[in-house]
Write a protein that binds this ligand. Sequence first.
Ligand code: AMP
Length: 282
Amino acid sequence: MEIVDHPREMQEVALAWRQQHQTISFVPTMGYFHEGHLSLMRYGRKQGDRLVVSLFVNPTQFGPGEDLDRYPRDPERDAALAREVGVDVLYTPTAAQMYPEGYQTYVTVEEVSRGLCGATRPGHFRGVATVVLKLFNQVLPHLAVFGEKDYQQLAVIKRMVSDLDMPVEVVGRPIVREADGLAMSSRNTYLNPKERRAALGLFKALTWAKDAAASGENQADKIVPEVIQTIKSAPHTRLDYAVLVDPDTLQSVDTVQGSARLAVAAWVGDTRLIDNMLLEVP
Ligand code: AMP
């Protein structure tokens, strides 16, 4: 595995592969790898001749007062795990290389970025779309793999790629969970033992809703209030949102027509957690 830390060098490596007609899979990450990240890498490994994983804690997607400075980092462990999975290039640019002095170009994906996390984290998806577009231009992937854990992020990227005619296939992969159901996240490391137990409220609420839908309940006004109640009643927990949305547009729906995504976010202690689940009504 090679570690590349300069955008120009990354692009040269990618161009050389393309000249040899090799296909490139790409997994963008902020590091501190867990099984969720590794599952995306294993998928990308199978799909392409070459696999690039980026590790970049992107400052432009963090708002003032968010956790940019204390975001968990362990580059050596990450490199060892990436090597084990068979990553060809671990791409680790610095903020100064990504946003040199004078930088002033940003991408806004309008509608899809607006609700859910976009409402609580203004500017977040502008930062995400911008960095992903830059990374795509540097890594030149044929395939880019994202987790459904960040469901709105996936929808924003798909929309951007479609709107801007970018020659990349974007694939979303299932959420990897801890044994008890908590969605894996680098931010779970912030939770103390009491908060870690409380954090299960999100998964409990989502699985209740999934079961209700599977039993034929298709009305948002029957499902969502119960989900809200379940999350709010967990200790140390403050609800941000619980919304039933169309899987593509992320517009909220009143009725589950076949399937819909239930997306939730809450602070457990000071840690903001997100999760979501596909609801299917038979
Ligand atoms: P992050 O490093 O948190 O920015 O995440 C990098 C990629 O891993 C994103 O596409 C995430 O959606 C994905 N990811 C994070 N957690 C999980 C998980 N528990 N299961 C599947 N994918 C995940």
